[in-house]
Design a protein around this ligand. Structure first.
Ligand code: AMP
Ligand code: MG
Length: 338
């Protein structure tokens, strides 16, 4: 278990939505949902099969799938909007970074693998990927633990470009797909750390301005737990919930990103709205940096021994966890990273 602990100050917004639900179709849906809740797994599986829908997943997943199927049907026949909010493209990013088995407080994680997977909503599939290793400068020699964890070798990072060039290459890849110009897209990550910690820390180390595209993103764990009405799970547990096996090598950034894409595609086909639910609070981070009095270029860690928090502002609709929360190192979100 890693000694690093993470704290995140989270704010939420909740918009009133009651008036639009007065149509009788919603009462009918509510009764239908009640009946689905009473159904056994066997009965739900047989109904899903009859409807030619996937029957993969645990009971929570199957119930949500069936409820959403009927919701879509009923709203369509009542000429009401289905209210599913999707973007045309999603770019899933899962950084790998330098680390030690036991990370000392203030450990300056540097990004060593920058992978991205492009999902098209229209095609409902992965349509391209980007992958580059990065040569770390603060700790150029990878620890044995890091190589073992990520499968990345010393030779691979020695032969790689440094982060600023890799970031340019990634931005050129986005531009090649007209992402951010002709096509709207959002970054998707598993948890808040990829952007809130690794991207932020790496930009500090490299003396780069924090990139615009990374200022807001979709934390798929939140989308997943809100949609399937379950706890926040790690990638491994989200896959288990969907009765899917991890494909590839865990902690290989590209394989992690591909598996996050599988979770995202499942959410999409089950009818989830997939929208930005976190953004980085750069001003708060800058303030924390000043207070901690660390030299320029050193990541301000968020550890149990350092009470400073990374502020991540969360925007979401009125959902089961729409409340203000302080996530500490003991929260599932934080501990499951390490
Ligand atoms: P992941 O996306 O889970 O592969 O993790 C991203 C990065 O977090 C890794 O490249 C490591 O730098 C760090 N990390 C993940 N798990 C651990 C762990 N058990 N101990 C130390 N660092 C870790
Ligand atoms: Mg990873």
């Amino acid at each position: 278990m890693c000694s690093i602990a993470y704290s995140f100050l989270v704010f939420t917004e909740c918009k009133g939505e009651s008036s639009q639900y007065s149509d009788s179709v919603y009462k009918e849906l509510s009764r239908l949902n009640g009946r689905i809740n009473q159904m056994s797994k066997v009965a739900i599986v047989s109904r899903l099969k009859r409807l030619k829908l996937s029957s993969e997943g645990n009971c929570d997943v199957l119930k949500t799938r069936l409820k959403n199927y009927y919701k879509k049907q009923k709203l369509k026949s009542a000429n009401l909007p289905t209210a599913v909010k999707l973007l045309p493209y999603y770019v899933i990013v899962d950084f790998e970074a330098t680390c030690e088995g036991v990370n000392v407080p203030d450990y300056p994680h540097e990004i060593i693998e920058f992978p991205a997977v492009l999902v098209s909503t229209e095609q409902q599939q992965v349509v391209d990927h980007f992958q580059a290793y990065c040569r770390p400068l603060v700790n150029p020699t990878l620890s044995g633990f890091c190589m073992e964890l990520t499968g990345i070798s010393q030779e691979e990072v020695d032969a790689a470009d440094t982060f600023p060039q890799v970031l340019k290459d990634f931005e050129a890849w986005l531009a090649k797909h007209k992402l951010g110009s002709k096509h709207k897209f959002t970054i998707v990550t598993d948890g808040p750390w990829d952007m809130g910690r690794f991207m932020y820390g790496q930009c500090k180390i490299s003396g780069l301005a924090y990139p615009q595209f990374a200022k807001k993103w979709i934390n798929v764990r939140k989308t997943f737990s809100n949609f399937y009405k379950c706890r926040r799970f790690s990638l491994k547990l989200m896959l288990e919930h969907l009765e899917l096996n991890f494909e590839g090598r865990p902690h290989c950034g590209l394989d992690d990103a591909r598996n996050i894409a599988r979770v995202l595609l499942r959410l999409m086909s089950d009818g989830a709205s997939i929208q930005v639910n976190e953004h980085i609070h750069l001003l708060a981070l800058e303030e924390k940096s000043k207070v901690s009095n660390k030299p320029e270029g050193v990541v301000v860690p968020v550890t149990a021994s350092n009470p400073y928090t990374i502020a991540v502002k969360v925007q979401q609709g009125c959902s089961q966890d729409a409340h203000s929360t302080i996530l500490s190192h003991s929260d599932e979100d934080s501990t499951s990273l390490m």
